[in-house]
Design a protein around this ligand. Structure first.
Ligand code: AMP
Ligand code: ZN
Length: 464
């Protein structure tokens, strides 16, 4: 696979540390609110990467964190802690907030056919690991204690600006005048590993530590969780482009200080989804969620299709019109596939040809739109039998995950008996002009996943 590496700013041929195995870490969500569809664009790209690597024959070990504590990013954080705001807004404990939005996140992922990583770990469950790492960094002089907090000294890091490609002056330009600089730091770019004093004094999640009662900084959670579950050598680390600085930059600094060697070889970042007013963000108030798409009548997979039509390294602007045309194309595609004859008739001819083309598109820096085009090419190819087309589309869908081929659902004998009895009961109700009962029967069946279809010839049914 050829893939763009943010670290080297080049497209490179991917080679894992251990043959055939990929150790992949992807930054997880902050769980003080629903994920917006911009966040989910990043998780769609990571899902394609994971499944794409598997398609190419790798075994992928993937880990993701849940940021339920410690998302203070810099001096620029202002106002109240986001978990506390959510807790007051919803009259729940911060633990319940985290649990609720973690579940909501995975429900959204499931609607978008984003697979849940094999290992998902909460930041708040690994305090011991962070304490161990921070203690070692203090002992070795990478970190220092000041006014009760433990800071990482960025001047001790090896090539601190390599990932972001920035220089210290650039980074200072972004700092707002109104931001009160933390005067206890040695260097303006130093970041906190452990807080015992901060502007958010009334944190609910606090733990004892050698430096006093407090809580970890944001960045240490990803280094800690990744190291614990994937070891000291990571192959790929992903996130959205906003994570490049400071989050991933600081992760590299502290992980390499702790392990004492280079940590991760490939850094892959997804570009943002924008709305028409600019970057989508949770702090903007109203934001677009999967539920909102559903409320407006869209199938969440139309959004996945919309994302796959553009390259993960390009910014993408969301509009309802664009989603509408993606949905129209997606429905047309599915209906073409539905019309294919399922009688088994597989021919080897051209299987390799198309599978190799698919691998080529995948290996060309995850070219998802070319991967989609191949589905259309297969459909159009008159040399392929319908069954061979279905075989290939099903194969590509292992990566695309657009539910392109839906298995006709089987009806058990018991269910069939029940449906037929209910249809009879409903027909009688209609004859007696008891339409309320007839509708009730129809709705009850619908809730069981059975849709009744009335026609001149009588009533039939379909499983939904
Ligand atoms: P958060 O829950 O805010 O930590 O973000 C979760 C993931 O979404 C991170 O990998 C971010 O880089 C990514 N992200 C944030 N905003 C956007 C956006 N507008 N478009 C795409 N990805 C985003
Ligand atoms: Zn992270």
């Amino acid at each position: 696979m050829n893939i763009y590496n943010t670290l080297t700013k080049k497209i490179e041929t991917f080679t894992p540390n251990e043959e055939g195995i990929v150790r992949l870490y992807t930054c997880g969500p902050t769980v003080y609110h629903y994920a917006h569809i911009g966040n989910l664009r990043t998780y769609i790209f990571e899902d394609i990467l994971e499944k794409g690597l598997e398609y190419l024959g790798y075994e992928v070990l993937r880990v993701m964190n849940i940021t339920d504590v410690g998302h203070l990013t810099s001096d620029a954080d202002s106002g109240e802690d986001k978990m506390k705001i959510a807790s007051a807004r919803e009259h729940k404990s911060v633990y319940d907030i985290a649990k609720f939005y973690t579940n909501a996140f995975f429900q959204d992922c499931s609607k978008l056919n984003i697979r849940k990583p094999a290992i998902v770990e909460k930041a708040s469950d690994h305090i011991d690991t962070y304490i161990k790492m921070i203690s070692k960094m203090l002992e070795e002089g990478y970190a220092y204690l000041s006014n009760g907090n433990v800071y990482f000294d960025i001047t001790k890091a090896n090539n601190y600006y390599e990932l972001s490609g920035k220089n210290p002056e650039d980074l200072m330009i972004g700092v707002r005048d109104t931001v009160e600089e933390d005067k206890y730091k040695r260097n303006p770019g130093d970041f906190v590993l452990w807080f015992t004093t901060s502007k958010f004094e009334n944190q609910d999640m606090k733990w004892d530590s050698p430096w006093g009662i407090g809580y970890p900084g944001w960045h240490i959670e990803c280094s800690g969780i990744s190291g614990k579950y994937l070891g000291e050598y990571l192959d790929i680390h992903c996130g959205g482009v906003d994570n490049i600085f400071p989050h991933h930059t600081n992760e590299i600094a502290q992980s390499e200080a702790y392990f004492g060697h280079k940590w991760c070889n490939y850094w892959i970042h997804g570009e943002h989804l924008n709305d028409q007013s600019g970057k989508m963000s949770k702090s903007k108030g109203e934001f677009l969620t999967v539920s909102l798409l559903e409320e407006r009548g869209y199938n969440p997979l139309s959004y996945r299709y919309f994302c796959l039509n553009s390259h993960y390294r390009n910014q993408l602007t969301f509009t309802w019109e664009a989603l509408k045309s993606a949905e129209t194309a997606y429905i047309k595609l599915k209906s073409k596939i539905k019309q294919l004859n399922r009688t088994p008739n597989l021919s080897d001819k051209k299987l390799d040809f198309y599978q190799n083309k698919f691998k080529e598109a995948l290996g060309n820096d995850l070219n998802t739109s070319s991967m989609l085009t191949l589905v259309y090419d297969v459909l159009k190819d008159e040399e392929l039998s319908d069954f061979t087309k279905l075989y290939l589309i099903d194969d590509f869908d292992k990566v695309l995950s657009l539910s392109l081929i839906e298995e006709p659902k089987e009806v058990s004998e018991e269910l069939e008996e029940l449906i037929l009895a209910k249809i009879k009961q409903r027909n009688e109700a209609k004859k007696n002009k008891d339409f309320a009962l007839a509708d009730k029967i129809r709705d009850e069946l619908f809730e069981k996943g059975v849709k009744l279809i009335d026609s001149k010839k009588g009533t039939t049914y379909e499983l939904i």
